[in-house]
Design a protein around this ligand. Structure first.
Ligand SMILES: Nc1ncnc2c1ncn2[C@@H]1O[C@H](COP(=O)(O)OP(=O)(O)OP(=O)(O)O)[C@@H](O)[C@H]1O
Ligand SMILES: [Mg+2]
Length: 381
């Protein structure tokens, strides 16, 4: 009798499956016993069809997986949900492991009776190894960047503290010998400035290391600035002036006053350093309504904006691009740690606000901080 067209097709298809070498494709009985075995299965798992047909497929699993009855669970899931898919370690005949992508489909007849399972396995060890290598490389890069940052930090800070300590030691030496009250008072001043700078530096480091949590609440920014004004004035030498232009009747802004003050001080000190010991620093406060994405990634809404503007040396585009990086500084060793702007930037992120820089070499810089504004009628939180 001639075989039917269907039977010929089925045989061709069977041969096609049996010849596939990139995938292990085989069938399991309803109980999980291997009943067919293609070339790919032989290639990946190392068993000849004679050795494996008739064995239970749990032989491909690791001991841990077998102890956790994962083979039986896989069949149960495939049976219940119509498909089982998984990635995991599987074991070759020689005991070596490979990382497999596994799909199990139940095969049922039209009456819904389970005939067995079709199982397709791919060896994706290479892909996994490549992904792991990439991950390791990334991790190493991250570590080395951290180390580099730490190196810069310790170097810069050791210098800073050395300078401050030598100022204090020289001052003490002077005090030991000086009889002139003018000299005594001047060296006490110098020493106390050095000690203050040391304390500020430690504060900055602590804040940086601890990433202090914020106490965000609605505040009148103008009032916070006014109460901090004297400190800001004191940060500037005599020949420099600080001008405040604070709009009245601004909506309350969501901020942490202490952190806000330290941000202002950072910006004013940067303005001071950008100028040659004389000139004006302008501090402006106003409310603005922004469209979505008009400033950085801020959503549309009302914001309270603080501008700190100086007529100093300005920044090159390169400097401006890196200014907020932690430890980026163009100041000489001992003059700057490069943490000021990065701290202010971090603060603005935490406040759901933004920091923007505008600058031209030789014409000065403006740093703007945007704090989310609250409707004026809201009671303080
Ligand atoms: N107002 C400004 N004018 C010109 N350059 C500025 C100004 N503000 C910041 N920069 C540049 O950005 C760099 C980084 O500033 P940042 O405040 O983070 O660190 P720093 O002032 O160098 O050190 P630190 O603030 O830690 O003492 C500065 O070294 C400077 O090159
Ligand atoms: Mg600074």
């Amino acid at each position: 009798m001639q075989p039917s067209v269907d039977a010929i097709e089925a045989e061709r298809f069977r041969q096609f499956i049996m010849g596939v070498t990139d995938y292990a494709i085989y069938m399991l009985s309803p109980q999980g016993v291997v009943i067919t075995w293609n070339a790919g299965a032989q290639r990946f798992k190392g068993y000849h069809p004679d050795e494996i047909i008739g064995q239970h497929f749990s032989i491909f699993y690791t001991d841990e997986d077998r102890a956790n009855v994962r083979p039986a669970k896989a069949l149960a899931v495939a049976r219940a949900s119509g498909k089982f898919e998984d990635e995991g370690w599987r074991v070759r005949k020689d005991g070596s492991r490979f990382w497999a992508n596994v799909v199990i489909d139940p095969i049922v007849n039209p009456e819904g009776e389970l005939l067995g399972f079709a199982k397709v396995t791919r060896d994706i060890t290479e892909r996994r190894v490549a992904a792991e290598q990439l991950e390791r490389a990334r991790e190493q890069l991250f570590q080395s960047q951290k180390l580099e940052a730490l190196g810069k930090l310790t170097g810069g800070i050791a210098h800073d503290f050395n300078n401050l300590l030598s100022v204090i030691m020289n001052g003490l030496e002077l005090l030991r010998m000086a009889r002139d009250p003018a000299i005594v008072s001047r060296s006490i001043d110098t020493m106390s400035r050095a000690a203050q700078r040391g304390a500020a530096l430690t504060q900055q480091l602590l804040a940086f290391a601890r990433q202090q949590p914020l106490l965000l609440a609605p505040h009148d920014a103008a009032q916070v600035i006014r109460s901090f004004e004297t400190v800001l004035h004191r940060a500037l030498p005599d020949a420099m002036r600080l001008h405040l232009r604070l709009d009245d009747g601004l909506p309350p802004a969501l901020l942490d006053p202490t952190q806000f003050e330290s941000a202002l001080l950072n910006l004013v000190v940067n303005a001071r350093d950008a100028m040659d010991g004389c000139g004006d620093v302008h501090l402006g406060l106003s409310a603005v309504t922004l469209a979505d994405g008009e400033v950085a990634r801020l959503p549309a809404g009302r914001y309270v904006r603080i501008d700190v503007r100086d007529g100093g040396m300005g920044m090159t585009p390169d400097t401006m691009a890196r200014a907020i990086e932690p430890f980026f500084t163009t100041k000489e060793v001992g003059k700057g740690t490069g943490l000021g702007l990065s701290q202010v930037y971090g603060l603005m992120q935490q406040c759901d606000g933004a920091l923007t820089l505008a600058s031209r070499v030789g014409e000065g810089s403006t740093v703007s901080l945007y704090f989310p504004a609250l409707a004026a009628s809201l009671p303080p939180a």
